[in-house]
Design a protein around this ligand. Structure first.
Ligand code: C2E
Ligand code: MG
Ligand code: MG
Length: 647
């Protein structure tokens, strides 16, 4: 009864002041704010109150007619009580049921014992956007959303079994196919002759309330600015995924991406543009990660991604892609804005917990931040050494060029018939201050992946040509062979890079050989041919490096604008020992001759290999037998020694 009196008192308070605050109501009723909330919500759901939003406040009004339909069954007490609250709620007990039924602003219907609609009021017709005739003699399920029909049947059974059904949230279908949310209240009413029962249905429209609830839900789970999952949702998903992973063997990883200089970005861009930037960051994040991965925003400047896959590589791969993706600036209005990020990665082990994972990857991002806010750092415990090494290399590569850790070495290329040095291959070297030398076979593919190869390749080319000019000064007219990777051909304007470098050093193109692997030819033959033609116009020669290891058929060479083949050292190793290698080398040389291509044998280490090549009339050779790759100065010394030896 206390509860009922609270309902009534709440109605009285609202009748006196529609703007009443929940806090004041709670105080007047002597209940907690939470209870006051639920009292108002109940009254609203049952149609006694309507809520209007006024600015930041809710305002409540009583049902427009101030008439309250007397609830039947267990609600009768409430109805009686409310009825007694005259003049706030004009008691309807004295009104005829028909009058109240018709005038009530609460959509109401009566269903007969046969399950068909007997009566509907104007409010119900308005709610369903159908005239009365379309509703009468139809089953109530016809106006119930298909997904809710089963529940409607259960509701009917419940009511017939004497159980009350109040405030059940259901969807009804309007004539235009749209649906409305209603608070379904069903009670049993004996027919006037007492021989049967009808069902009395009140269905106040709660669509606005549902919309509000959805909004509140979305506030609870999504970041309002970017629309990404927020910490709560990401934690929930992560917990689910960890459970799934235990069953399926998937590997779960977490990437933390921290934006550097966040405050500074807001200070310089202003709030609106900085907000726009955050939305773009979110889009870039979401479009870079894999389909199954989930991105979230954990705080202003911290984003996180949950990755899962079978191979266990996904988080590493995604982290690298993110790192790569964030190198490109964002265009905000007319400004280009670069955003530096620190990325940390961790991978779940069998006993991993959600919060620990988030913490580990955040710590890894902190480490990245400490290294200058540029790196991808893996949390040690979780990942194998390969991934860690890869990540270290990536970190190191970015500063390698600017930090003066790269150099170019030169390996002599010799004319076999005369043993004269006629050129040199430029080979890139990286000496890291801590790890020492890192081989190009290890770091060049990474540089390609990270999009650094264009910059590095151009630097090698210029160093190499500068060296040619110095050899000239020493009186040695040599050519230099420079390696060009597939990515360099595909992603840079190789022709202009080469022509500018030649111009700047004032050297003719004939002093330059570009070494390409067969994979370049395979990538896009037509594109390659057009570039090759332009390079040849500059006088530059093209060589196919590591020939024999790729897939280009000898026949295709005829149509390609190349000048030279470099036979892979793998075949030279077996010369004179393995008859298959010998035959292959012999065939390549013979065929190259018929196509008027010159041939260089790579990796000559022994006199016997050299002798064999001589018998095959191979023109050029390169290998430790003639000299290892050495730095520019040592190479110059080698040249002067040779010249003086010849002299
Ligand atoms: P490559 O172009 O086939 O270069 C020849 C490789 O064979 C070099 O390895 C060289 O040191 C090695 N070599 C030469 N003579 C001998 C020998 O007699 N015996 C043995 N065992 N090895 C020999 P390096 O310097 O480790 O380079 C590996 C690869 O890295 C190169 O293969 C090339 O594909 C790539 N590379 C090097 N510098 C660059 C560069 O500036 N740009 C690009 N895109 N790739 C480069
Ligand atoms: Mg080469
Ligand atoms: Mg080679």
């Amino acid at each position: 009864m206390q509860l009922l009196s609270n309902y009534g008192s709440a109605l009285l308070l609202i009748a006196n002041d529609p703007h009443i605050r929940i806090r004041e109501m709670a105080a007047s009723l002597g209940v907690s704010e939470r209870s006051a909330h639920s009292i108002v919500a109940d009254l609203e759901r049952s149609g006694y109150l309507a809520r209007r939003r006024e600015g930041r406040r809710n305002s409540y009004t009583l049902a427009p007619t101030r008439e309250v339909v007397m609830p039947a069954g267990p609600e009768r007490n409430l109805g009686t009580f409310l009825g007694a609250l005259s003049p706030v709620c004009a008691p309807t007990v004295e009104s005829s049921f028909d009058d109240v039924f018709a005038a009530s602003w609460i959509p109401t219907a009566v269903i007969g014992g046969d399950g068909l609609v007997r009566r509907v009021n104007a409010a119900a017709c308005a709610l369903l956007a159908r005239p009365e005739r379309e509703l009468l003699a139809r089953s109530w399920s016809d106006f119930t959303l298909a997904e809710d029909v089963e529940q409607w049947r259960e509701t009917v059974l419940d009511v017939l079994n004497g159980r009350e059904v109040r405030f059940a949230q259901r969807r009804l279908v309007r004539s235009d196919g749209s649906h409305v949310w209603v608070s379904l209240n069903v009670s049993m009413e004996p027919t006037s002759d007492g021989t049967s029962v009808n069902l009395l249905i009140h269905v106040p429209d709660i669509t606005d309330q549902k919309r509000l609830e959805e909004q509140v839900d979305s506030f609870n789970f999504y970041d309002a600015l970017t629309g990404l999952a927020n910490r709560t949702l990401l934690r929930e998903r992560l917990a689910e995924t960890l459970v799934d992973a235990r069953a399926t063997g998937l590997t779960v990883g977490v990437i933390t991406l921290r934006l550097e200089h966040f405050r500074h970005l807001y200070a310089t861009l202003g709030d609106n543009r900085a907000d726009e930037l955050m939305r773009r960051v979110a889009i870039r994040l979401a479009t870079t990660i894999g389909e199954r991965d989930i991105a979230g925003r954990l705080s202003d400047d911290v984003f996180a991604v949950q990755c899962c896959d079978l191979s266990g590589d996904e988080s590493g791969v995604v982290a690298q892609s993110l790192w790569h993706a964030f190198r490109a600036p964002f265009v905000i209005g007319e400004r280009q804005v670069s955003v530096a990020v620190s990325i940390g990665v961790t991978v779940a082990t069998s006993g991993s917990e959600v919060d620990q994972l988030l913490r580990d990857s955040a710590v890894a991002a902190d480490r990245a931040h400490d290294h200058g806010g540029k790196l991808v750092v893996f949390s040690d415990a979780a990942l194998g050494r390969t991934a860690q090494r890869r990540s270290d290399l990536i970190a190191g590569l970015f500063s390698a060029l600017s930090g003066g850790e790269l150099s170019v070495h030169f390996q002599p290329i010799v004319e076999i018939s005369s043993s004269r040095i006629i050129g040199a291959e430029a080979l890139l070297r990286w000496r890291h201050p801590e790890w020492g030398d890192v081989g190009p076979a290890e770091f060049i593919p990474l540089a390609e992946e990270l999009g650094l190869i264009g910059e590095m390749g151009e630097w090698v080319l210029r160093e190499a040509l500068a060296q040619v000019a110095r050899w000239d000064a020493l009186g040695a007219t040599l050519y230099v062979a420079v390696n060009v990777s597939v990515q360099q051909v595909l992603t840079t304007d190789l022709v202009s890079v080469v022509s500018r470098a030649l111009e700047d050093t004032d050297l003719p193109g004939t002093r330059l050989v570009l070494e390409l692997t067969e994979s370049v030819l395979m990538e896009d033959e037509r594109f390659f041919s057009s570039i090759a033609t332009e390079l040849k116009e500059l006088g530059v020669s093209l060589a196919i490096d590591d020939f024999g290891t790729g897939f280009s058929s000898l026949g295709r060479l005829r149509d390609l604008p190349v000048d030279e083949l470099k036979i892979d050292r793998g075949f030279i190793r077996g010369l004179g020992i393995d008859s298959r290698d010998s035959t292959l080398v012999e065939t390549i040389i013979a065929m190259a001759r018929s196509l008027r291509l010159s041939v260089t044998a790579e990796g000559i280490e022994t006199e016997s290999q050299l002798d064999y090549l001589r018998t095959l009339d191979c023109q050029r050779g390169q290998g430790y037998l003639f000299g290892r790759p050495v730095d520019g100065q040592s190479f110059e010394r080698l040249l002067t020694e040779r010249t003086s030896a010849v002299a």
